[in-house]
Design a protein around this ligand. Structure first.
Ligand code: ADP
Ligand code: MG
Length: 379
């Protein structure tokens, strides 16, 4: 894999000598189950072939020397990692060391290389955290079985939430550390338990296309918090701990609240339906579920955007079996399930639709379900 080779090469150039090993962790895409994590819901992410690799050598002096192509190099002393003072990308690495705690990891030389596009909605941030976490766990003798990985994923989530300061629900880190090749992963956000669900679109002549709309950053601060509050208010008014515990939102008086809650309840239902379809080997049945998810996110949850709607509509009009926005919304990426032979035609149609509306030119990635974080084979 090229990221693993690139990390080893960067290590030799920037840090000298050989690493103790090279580890990689994948980006991810969530097939279905959007904006349900904070309602104790279910989601169905898959790990990607796109990976971030770290070449790492343990150091005895408690210093972290961090290098990544295209990013400024940073040296930090582990005992200095006590506040949020670490700037830039190094915060994602320092945050993992911070979250694991003072007795956890020590110093190391770390060279990073990645083929996960940054900021495209494939979670390059979790891929970086998880590659570092697995590498340091192996080098510093911490558990890396499934239970150990679940704990590392929680540490990576805390790193991103509490150290870097980005609110995320933990799905990205769980799938990056625990994903399996040829499977999607049903994650129960209430219990943290997972079930690996066989998923091989290529075997049915299908492909998954991620469209990064490249939409400009919008002032949507507060929207996430607002949606979250609405979901919590709805649960309170319905007298349940979370919307996971109800099938009906009919008792809600407020129409906005009722639509927000309806999205969550129907989306959790769609995750269950998607898992049933995959268990039955019916990958094509995902199509209408993706479409319904998009309508729900657009109309009931109101987190879509002109760019996302354009991409989804154009993909569907050009023959996609189904498509939806993915991630938090208000920009970011869309996902389309396509006949493998139609990927070019669908990408073209999405590009043309964006051009016609004067929107930024989107970027495209074909993605496939792949393994979670692992030690790279020696080249
Ligand atoms: P994404 O949707 O890709 O996760 P984020 O904004 O959450 O986007 O995270 C991107 C940030 O993660 C980058 O700005 C950088 O700080 C860090 N990052 C991701 N990949 C790398 C890398 N290969 N090297 C250094 N930093 C990285
Ligand atoms: Mg991220």
């Amino acid at each position: 894999m090229s990221a693993c080779t690139d990390a080893r090469t960067l290590f030799a150039h920037e840090l000298g000598g050989s690493p103790d090993g090279v580890w990689c962790a994948p980006g991810r895409v969530n097939l279905i189950g959007e904006h349900v994590d904070y309602a104790d819901g279910l989601c169905l992410p898959m790990a990607l072939e796109h990976c971030t690799a770290v070449a790492v050598r343990r150091r005895a002096d408690g210093i972290l020397r961090l290098r990544s192509a295209g990013f400024p190099g940073t040296d930090i002393t582990v005992t200095d990692i006590v506040s949020h003072a670490v700037p830039g990308w190094a915060a994602y690495v320092a945050g993992v060391v911070w979250a694991v705690g003072p007795a956890g990891f020590g110093g190391a030389d770390i060279a990073v290389a990645s083929d996960v596009p940054v900021g495209a909605g494939l979670s390059s941030s979790a891929a970086l955290e998880c590659a570092v976490a697995l590498a340091l766990a192996e080098l510093f003798g911490r558990a890396t079985d499934d239970t150990g990985r679940a704990a590392l994923a929680s540490a990576c989530m805390r790193a991103e939430n509490d150290f870097v300061g980005v609110p995320t629900g933990g799905m990205d880190q769980q799938i990056s550390l625990r994903g399996r090749a040829g499977h999607a992963m049903l994650l129960d956000c209430r219990t943290g338990t997972v079930r690996h669900v066989p998923f091989d679109p290529a075997a049915d002549g299908l492909a998954l296309l991620v469209v990064d709309t490249a939409a400009p950053h919008r002032l949507v601060d507060g929207q996430y918090a607002q949606r979250r509050r609405a979901v919590e208010d709805a649960a309170r008014q319905l007298g349940v701990d979370s919307l996971r515990d109800t099938d009906s939102v009919a008792a809600l008086r407020d129409t906005i609240l009722s639509r927000r809650a309806r999205h969550v309840v129907t989306e959790i239902g769609r995750v269950r339906a998607a898992v049933s379809a995959l268990d039955a080997g019916d990958v094509r049945a995902l199509g209408p579920l993706l479409d319904a998810s998009h309508r729900s996110l657009r109309d009931d949850f109101e987190v879509s955007s002109v760019e996302l709607d354009s991409a989804v509509d154009a993909a569907r009009d050009a023959g996609a079996l189904g498509a939806r926005m993915v991630g938090g919304g208000f920009g970011g990426s869309a996902l389309a399930l396509c006949e493998a032979a139609a990927v070019e035609k669908i990408s073209h149609a999405v590009r043309v639709a964006a051009g016609r509306r004067g929107l930024p030119q989107p970027r495209f990635w074909k993605v496939a379900p792949a393994a979670g974080a692992r030690r790279c084979a020696r080249p």
